[in-house]
Write a new protein. Structure first.
Length: 738
């Protein structure tokens, strides 16, 4: 176990202790007292295993290693400047070389890091591959504070030579062994940042042969008899009545011992979720070279886009926004714990970002920035010559993680340039394209499919009907009365049509009120099979689903392009009651029914800004909780207090707060985002949206698109009016039920 910081295996399917961002920034001069040659990294990627039937081959770990290595070692606008000699890479098969990611080699490299570490060292570690669980030893106390395993299982990482075993997995790296190795490094005073990019617990979200692959190895593939898992879990349950249950949300505590390095932990998923790898960026062909872990890709993308100094807490908010932009209400859900108020990598001044430069060769153009840097297909950049100024514009035509092909284009009345554009010209993002806002919805029931031509014109414009459940985040599926019971519904007299996540498998057992199953197998819409009634209900609910999902998409992708700076700081505390005025800083992302959150919104910029905020509930309702208010520099609004509940129209699942920070313009008129407000799913009544006849800003126009389903697809980012958008999301659960 990680000591003195307690390792919480039950709350993570992936643990990640972070590094800082740079990306298209030049690293520039060092802004800390730490010499660059005191930075070390160990990057482990396990793709192939001896028993591929038990531990299926992965495609993403080697790609994860590559993008982390590029970020860490890049110089002059590419990364952090880690010395190449200080970065150790272990990838490949178990029988390749001494550089393969076997258990022995991984432990040897951990020992080497402990040898070279000192109080001036910053160390980054990536463990990318499969993860699973195995029963704890018979004589192990599951409530041992030094090694708590209150579920009765050890969490394990699977090196490349791991094999199924009857008592325990052969060559597995058990969590407490990893913790001991990290303790040895931190005992030297080093600051350790580690990414566990693997599943430690959770359920598979898709079939192993689908587009997305789980990094969790199910218990039945470990070779350990099922009765051993059952016995380990039963042992713990029998002791719960005699011992106080350890909190899965217990905070990490800072190391207090002299000479012990600090630790910050980022978790990629909850215990009932699963880390996945998939083709990225969105729309990339399903090929091995395009597959990445969602965690590593989103994190590197978040880090590369930052423009100003940031704390780990701000980094956690930004990472959460990236997840919600990509996944909407689907899982997984990242969160962070530890010394979150420390500056990332100790940098009090962020490295100056470098220019995006145009590369011209044989009449074709490209830039050294891709999806990891926040650009998207269809986005537009200016092309500036040092002497002549702006000489034209280019559009992103094809996208790779770190490179983009661009073509000349017109923009805002200026024609596309006909003369060759200069090699080495500076490029600057002026328009961000969000792509197709249409919501992919799977349906295979003939009656349901036949209804779509009868839906309103608005709904037909918002929905893309898919015949592939693997490719669609949402599904409309017919269930029998017995199947409805397994979905947690009261047994109906006939078939029902359910609106569920497209990747949610039919629950195996819903005979009991199981919190985990209830969250993963959430039913968002429960409809009768009467065609006329169903048509009306879909016309009511699908626009709300469309708006809720796309608001997250815009919020997670805005405020990072061009020269945007973060204008708003959000501090969230957990209160004991609505009247509590103290509370503790919230370091968790699972909120229980009835808990109270307090949000302090601060103008963190040198100029006046408008601050407004919207609460997105788990049932797709959107409510304005702070009307636009003008806030002076370095000042804060009075705390916003929300008591969250699953009752009275509330529901379990993803929720969040989206905060807009708009610069005060010459007109000094407040921004108007009232068009976003809507009732929750299944709530009777038409959506009365306040659609501005003439939006005053590109963002108002874009948000009107989200609310009305029109075809506007992007927003300008360089006119000085683009807002900062800060997000915070959590999962609301109901733990009061027996």
């Amino acid at each position: 176990m990680f000591n003195p910081i307690p390792w919480r295996p039950m709350i993570c399917s992936c643990l990640f202790l972070t590094v800082a961002c740079c990306g298209v920034f030049a690293y520039g001069q060092d802004t800390t007292d730490v010499s660059s040659d005191r930075r070390y990294a160990l990057l482990v990627g396990c793709t192939e295993y001896p028993d591929s039937q038990a531990f299926p081959t992965l495609r993403g770990p080697s790609n994860d290693v590559r993008i982390w290595r590029e970020l860490l070692t890049g110089k002059e606008g590419e990364g952090f400047g880690f010395p190449e000699a200080n970065v150790t890479v272990l990838t490949g098969k178990a029988d390749d070389t001494e550089k393969s990611p076997t258990r022995r080699n991984i432990l040897r490299k951990f020992d080497h890091l402990a040898e070279v570490a000192d109080s001036n060292s910053h160390i980054f570690i990536l463990l990318s591959g499969h993860g699973t669980q195995q029963p704890i030893a018979d004589d192990q106390d599951p409530y041992d504070p030094e090694n708590p395993e209150e579920d009765g299982y050890d969490e394990v990482f699977l090196p490349a030579d791991a094999r199924p075993g009857s008592g325990e997995i052969e060559n597995a790296l058990v969590d407490n062994v990893i913790g001991q190795k990290l303790d040895q490094i931190r005992a030297k005073g080093a600051s350790v940042f580690v990414v566990f990019d693997c599943c430690f617990s959770g359920t598979m979200t898709r079939a192993i042969d689908g587009v997305e692959k789980s990094r969790f190895v199910p218990h039945d593939r470990t070779g350990i008899p099922a009765e051993k898992f059952a016995a380990a879990a039963a042992k713990v349950k029998a002791e719960v009545a005699q011992k106080e249950q350890l909190s899965a949300d217990e905070e990490f505590v800072e190391a207090s011992a002299s000479g012990v390095g600090d630790l910050v932990a980022f978790f990629a998923a909850q215990p009932f979720e699963c880390a996945v790898e998939l083709p990225l960026p969105a729309g990339a062909e399903n090929l091995p070279e395009n597959c990445y872990s969602l965690l590593s890709y989103s994190l590197v993308q978040t880090l590369r886009q930052r423009r100003a100094p940031m704390s780990y807490r701000s980094l956690a908010h930004a990472l959460s926004g990236q997840y919600r932009a990509a996944r909407g209400s689907r899982f997984p859900t990242p969160f962070a714990q530890g010394s979150l108020d420390r500056e990332v990598l100790g940098l009090m001044q962020w490295p100056i970002h470098g220019d995006l430069l145009l590369h011209a060769e044989d009449g074709e153009y490209s830039i050294a920035a891709g999806s990891l840097h926040g650009v998207t297909v269809g986005s537009i950049l200016t092309v500036e010559d040092p002497i002549a100024g702006v000489v034209g514009h280019v559009k992103i035509a094809a996208l790779q993680p770190a490179k983009s092909q661009v073509v000349p284009c017109g923009w805002e009345g200026a024609p596309a340039p006909t003369d060759p554009l200069p090699d080495g010209a500076r490029c600057k993002l002026v328009y961000r394209e969000y792509g197709d806002f249409r919501l992919k919805l799977f349906a295979d029931d003939p009656m349901v499919v036949g209804l779509f031509p009868k839906l309103s014109e608005e709904v037909r414009a918002e929905i893309s009907l898919s015949n592939n459940r693997e490719d669609a985040p949402w599904s409309l599926r017919r269930v029998t009365p017995s199947e409805a019971v397994r979905w947690g519904l009261t047994k109906p007299t006939g078939d029902r049509i359910l609106l569920v996540h497209g990747d949610a498998a039919l629950p195996e057992d819903r005979s009991r009120d199981d919190e985990t199953s209830a969250i993963l197998h959430r039913v968002y819409g429960n409809y009768a099979t009467d065609p006329e009634k169903l048509t009306g209900e879909l016309n009511r609910d699908l626009p709300r689903l469309f708006a809720w999902e796309n608001l997250w998409k815009v919020a997670g992708g805005s405020g990072t392009g061009g020269d945007a700076k973060q204008l708003v700081e959000v501090t969230t505390t957990l209160l004991a009651s609505p009247t509590d005025t103290t509370g503790v800083v919230m370091n968790k992302s699972v909120i229980n029914d009835g808990e109270v959150l307090s949000f302090v919104l601060k103008n963190d910029s040198p100029r006046n800004i408008w601050i407004s905020a919207y609460y997105l509930d788990a049932n797709m309702g959107i409510r304005q909780v702070i009307a636009p208010r003008q806030v002076r520099p370095r000042m804060s609004l009075r705390p916003l207090v929300l008591q969250l509940t699953t009752e009275g129209g509330g529901s379990i699942g993803q929720e969040g707060l989206i905060v807009f920070g708009d610069p005060v313009g010459d007109s000094k008129s407040a921004p108007n985002y009232d068009v976003l407000q809507q009732l929750p799913l299944s709530a009777d009544g038409a959506i009365m949206r306040d659609v501005p006849s003439e939006p005053k800003s590109p963002m108002e126009a874009l948000l009107a698109t989200i609310a009305t389903g029109s075809r506007f697809r992007g927003v300008g980012v360089q006119d000085g009016s683009a807002p900062t958008i800060v997000t915070q999301s959590w999962i609301l659960v109901d733990k009061k039920k027996p």
